[in-house]
Design a protein around this ligand. Structure first.
Ligand SMILES: [Ca+2]
Length: 255
């Protein structure tokens, strides 16, 4: 019994390693997926727009390898590998660990509920999910942006900023993304990008992990992959230090 209590104490201590939130405070835990084993709630229906809970691992190849979810792009898909998780939310603190193992880049997208989207010059009207904003990580660093929401329409991607700091192959990094109102604050290794756009304040229904390996080719051994683990999403509560933190981060970004 004593040993069990000691182990529990050690386990809880490791949570103190969670990076400090800057804009928000972590509230109620909304979802927690270690991704050390394949999730059991896997969507096997049709279009993503009809997924209301759980995970979808398509396109791409997704497996549990060394206690984490590893994904890589398949040539036949002609699209990045993508793992979607369905959960309705509006403001939240999101956290996960990621490791790049030869892929060109990974993206973490925040997506809106499915809705009928008008036809564009390249596709008919469709009930579909769209990206609102995203984090992009490659070997040279990371960036965030508000996404182009209408594809062929006048809306465009709008960069929030970038951090140029090498992301070593095979090294785990902890990502912290805070979304509150129209602001998105992203922190990796103590480096933070802040951004704001009305689109960030929209209702969310999905998050997605994407892995691209195209520019490096396909069918490599080992595959050109990225791995993910310890995904958490908490309710976001206000942080009284945010006005001061934002001022300091904005001044730092201007230097
Ligand atoms: Ca557009």
């Amino acid at each position: 019994m004593k040993l069990t209590l000691l182990l529990l104490a050690i386990t809880s201590l490791t949570f103190a390693d969670d990076p400090k939130a800057l804009m928000t405070e972590r509230g109620k835990l909304l979802a927690s997926e270690d991704l050390a084993q394949m999730p059991t709630d896997i969507f096997k229906g049709g279009a993503l727009a009809s997924m209301t809970h759980g995970w979808s691992f398509h396109p791409g190849q997704w497996d549990i390898v060394d206690g984490a979810l590893r994904g890589y792009q398949m040539k036949k898909d002609n699209h990045s590998a993508a793992a979607f998780f369905a959960l309705p939310w509006k403001n939240a603190v999101l956290q996960f660990d990621v490791k790049l193992d030869g892929c060109s880049q990974i993206v973490f997208c925040i997506d809106d509920p499915a809705a009928m989207r008008p036809a564009t010059s390249t596709r008919p009207a469709q009930n579909r999910v769209e990206h609102l904003c995203r984090l992009i990580i490659n070997k040279d660093g990371f960036s965030t942006q508000k996404d182009d929401h209408d594809h062929d329409g006048p809306d465009q991607n709008e960069p929030f900023g970038e951090v140029n700091e090498p992301i070593a192959k095979g090294e785990w990094k902890t990502v912290l993304i805070e979304v509150q109102g129209n602001e998105m604050v992203t922190t990796i290794d103590g480096q933070t990008i802040i951004g704001a756009h009305p689109q960030v304040a929209a209702d969310k229904a999905y998050i997605s992990f994407g892995v691209t390996g195209y520019s490096n080719g396909f069918d490599k051994v080992p595959p050109l992959s990225a791995s993910f683990r310890k995904f958490r999403i908490w309710e976001a509560k206000p942080n009284s230090a945010w006005t001061d933190n934002r001022k300091a981060l904005t001044e730092k970004a201007l230097k």
